[in-house]
Design a protein around this ligand. Structure first.
Ligand code: FAD
Length: 373
């Protein structure tokens, strides 16, 4: 009896303590519970950094559930140097993030969360049961076990910097946080929650936003050969980007799919991404100056000025928060101390094959491990 009494006394004291804490800011508010946000919260929990996730949709990881047709190709088991070379544009910015959170580290992280994994011959990694939901559930279970609060159905509407920290405003309440991690994603597949809010908040806080372009998307064409083959997939194919004089600027061996609208598949996606970046780097050049050559099923299709489908349908968004205003060693804003970024909200993107989720995870880890605590 006396023991029970004492236990109750302790409980009351600890409740008192919690009450006393109610007017202190949370150490970290993670805005967006997608790939970067979930990973960030897991890293914060591992380091015992108090954090909260605020998610716009009714559940975490809506986009992750859709990755690789619901199978989630979450990384590629290759050395960080190879990974960075494959990423190409933007690789310098993510170098530290990827070296500190390499594909191997991501793989062992999922294993330690109890997820069985499957490695393809080219290094692409998937959950062994081929279900993206297994990855999202693993995050959910881990965060619940660690007691990380998750606020869903709550789009953040604004962020106001204070003398100490920030006020995060939602529709019905506000929250005070010492640090903010913007992990709200790009602008593709907006139905999955990524609608560009993070870029809007960043712009309001003085950041420059690079224009959005589609990354990893199909090319429209009504070439008779493509239309005749619509619905067919050609696994060992090749696609190239040529200059007007026929010089090969980029080539990629992989899958090509013929669709009613034109061409898609990994080889086409990577060529399309290459051309978007190439046009950005060579201001003044026009898409019409380049040719997409697709070689499949013993045939050749050449498309002058390949027209990409819209950014809303793209796998990834090119553009977003300008990298020269973010510290690549910490992912912290160079304009607003305490404001951090991770994932597609930044102007970073990679090719197909698990690179984009890896970029989200690695930038999230670097942001959390860099917090001033
Ligand atoms: C169809 C498809 C297939 C893909 N397949 C692969 C693949 O196999 N491998 C790979 O590596 N990549 C793949 N990708 C890309 C990958 O999914 C993204 O690059 C990755 O999810 C980006 O992570 P993120 O955390 O930055 O953004 P998201 O995962 O998009 O997460 C952002 C989150 O922020 C939330 N949010 C937005 N605004 C607010 C707000 N105001 N308040 C609160 N929350 C907010 C959103 O609801 C969302 O949950 C695929 C993408 C698509 C569309």
């Amino acid at each position: 009896m006396a023991r029970e009494f004492k236990a109750r006394g302790n409980q009351e004291r600890s409740l008192e303590k919690r009450k006393a804490l109610k007017h202190t800011p949370v150490k970290l508010a993670i805005i967006g519970g997608g790939a970067a946000g979930m990973y960030a919260a897991a890293v914060a929990a591992e380091r015992k950094i108090p954090c909260v996730i605020i998610e716009r949709k009714a559940r975490l990881g809506s986009k992750v559930l859709m990755t690789a047709n619901g199978r989630c190709n979450f990384t590629k088991d290759i050395p960080p140097e190879q990974f960075l070379e494959d990423v190409g544009p933007g690789a310098k910015f993510v170098e530290k993030a990827i070296k500190e959170c390499s594909p191997r580290k991501i793989i062992s992280g999922f294993r330690s969360m109890g997820v069985s994994l499957k490695r393809m011959s080219d290094g692409r990694m998937f959950p062994a049961d081929g279900k993206a939901a297994t990855i999202v559930h693993a995050f959910g279970d881990y965060l619940r076990e660690k007691g990380v609060p998750i606020i869903v159905n709550s789009p953040v509407e604004g962020i106001q910097p204070q003398k100490t920290g920030f006020i995060v405003a939602m529709q019905n309440f506000t929250l005070w946080a010492e640090n903010i991690l913007l992990a709200t994603g790009g602008v593709s597949y907006p139905k999955l929650g990524s609608v560009g809010d993070g870029q809007r908040f960043a712009a309001q806080l003085g950041h420059s936003i690079l224009p959005y372009r589609p990354g990893l998307i199909g090319i429209e064409t009504q070439e008779a050969l493509v239309i005749r083959r619509a619905g067919q997939r050609f696994e060992r194919s090749e696609a190239r980007i040529l200059s007007r004089d026929g010089a090969i600027l980029y080539e990629y061996r992989g899958e090509i799919d013929c669709e009613k609208f034109g061409l898609s598949g990994g080889a086409i996606y990577n060529c399309q991404r290459f051309l978007e970046h190439y046009l950005r780097q060579n201001q003044g050049s026009k898409v019409g100056d380049y040719i997409l050559e697709a070689l499949f099923d013993g045939e050749r299709v050449a498309i002058q000025g390949p027209k990409a489908r819209s950014v809303k349908e793209a796998i990834v968004t090119i553009g977003g928060v300008a990298l020269d205003e973010v510290n690549p060693s910490t992912m912290e804003s160079l304009k607003v101390p305490g404001l951090y970024f991770a994932g597609e909200v930044l102007d970073i993107d990679g090719p197909t094959g698990g690179y984009n989720l890896t970029l989200a995870f690695a930038t999230a880890r670097l942001a959390v491990t860099s917090l001033h605590i």
